[in-house]
Ligand binder design. Structure first.
Ligand code: IPD
Length: 270
C-alpha cells in the first residue's frame, strides 16, 4: 500500500519550510550567479544548489527508498525501490531570476508522486512565507484557507499570467503568441515563477495562466494546487508538459482561452 497523501504532504511541508528558510538566509547573505544552464540568462545560484542538496538529504533521511527528481541535479541515484513507489519532484528555487534581483515572487516547490501521479504538493514563497498546499482529492489550501479559483467567464475581462522559457527561438514564438492575445484579455502578467503563478491562479489572484515548455518541477506541485482549486489544467494538444503549452483556467474560461491559444500557437511559428 502506498503512503497516504496526507503523510507525504506533512513531510513535504516540513522539508519545504526548512528549504525556504535556507533560501531566505542565503539571499540575505548576498547571492550571485554560480553558473548558467541553457543560455547565459538561464542562471543557477549557489542557493539553488544548496537548497536542492538540503531537500534531497532531508527526504533521504525520512524516506530513504524514494526517488527524487530535482531541477539542478536531475534524478538522484535512488530509484523507487520501496513498497510505496514514491518519487519526489523538487524545484529548490522557482523564480531564480526574481531571487537574484530580490523580487518577492520565488520559492520552493516540492511534490510527491505515487506511481506517476502527483498526490501531494507544497509551494512556499521564500520571501513572504506564503504557503500553498494540496493533496489529491482534498482541495488546495493557503495558510489554512481553502482555495477557489476565479469565477470569471469572459476572456475579455480575464487577467492572464504567463511565462517565457530561455531558448531564444521559443521566446520569439512566445512573444508572437502574446502579441496576438493581449488585445483579447484584460491584461497580461509575467511574474517570473511558474509554480507560484499556478498558486496565484488557484487563489483567483489572476484568472488564468499558460506557458509553453514547462519542466516537471515547474508544474508538479503548482499543477495539483491549481486543479484542486477548481482550475482545468491541460496541455494544448495532449503532449507532455515539457513539449506542450500548459493552460490553467477556470472551467468556463478554459474553452475560449484554449481555442485562442491553439490558433496563436499554430500561427506563431516554431
Ligand atoms: C522558471 C520560472 C519562470 C518560467 C520558466 C521557468 P526557474 O523557473 O518558473 O517563470 O517562465 O519557464 O523555467 O528557472 O526560475 O526555476
Amino acid at each position: 500500500t502506498a503512503a497516504p497523501p496526507r503523510e507525504l504532504l506533512e513531510i513535504a511541508i516540513d522539508v519545504a519550510r526548512d528549504a525556504a528558510t535556507t533560501a531566505y538566509r542565503m539571499r540575505a547573505e548576498g547571492v550571485s550567479v554560480a553558473a548558467t544552464k541553457s543560455t547565459v540568462t538561464d542562471v543557477v545560484t549557489a542557493a539553488d544548489r544548496a537548497v536542492e542538496r538540503q531537500v534531497v538529504e532531508a527526504l533521504r533521511r525520512r524516506r530513504p527508498d524514494d526517488a527524487v527528481l530535482g531541477e539542478e541535479f536531475g534524478a538522484a541515484e535512488h530509484v523507487a525501490a520501496g513498497p510505496d513507489r514514491v518519487r519526489w519532484i523538487v524545484d529548490p528555487i522557482d523564480g531564480t531570476v526574481n531571487y537574484l534581483y530580490g523580487l518577492a515572487h520565488c520559492g520552493v516547490s516540492l511534490a510527491a508522486e505515487v506511481d506517476g501521479e502527483v498526490v501531494a504538493g507544497v509551494v512556499r514563497n521564500a520571501f513572504t512565507g506564503e504557503e500553498w498546499t494540496a493533496t489529491a482529492g482534498s482541495g488546495a489550501w493557503r495558510d489554512g484557507r481553502r482555495l477557489r479559483c476565479s469565477t470569471e467567464t469572459d476572456l475579455g475581462q480575464a487577467l492572464v499570467a504567463t511565462g517565457f522559457g530561455y531558448d531564444p527561438g521559443r521566446r520569439a514564438h512566445q512573444a508572437r503568441v502574446l502579441a496576438g492575445l493581449i488585445a483579447d484579455v484584460r491584461d497580461i502578467r509575467r511574474l517570473g515563477a511558474a509554480a507560484l503563478d499556478l498558486c496565484l491562479t488557484a487563489e483567483g489572484r489572476v484568472d488564468a495562466y499558460f506557458e509553453k515548455g514547462l519542466a516537471p518541477w515547474d508544474l508538479a506541485a503548482g499543477g495539483l494546487i491549481a486543479r484542486e482549486a477548481g482550475l482545468r489544467v491541460a496541455g494544448l494538444a495532449g503532449l507532455p508538459p515539457g513539449a506542450d503549452m500548459v493552460v490553467a483556467a477556470p472551467p468556463a474560461l478554459f474553452g475560449p482561452l484554449h481555442a485562442r491559444l491553439v490558433d496563436l500557437d499554430a500561427s506563431g511559428g516554431p
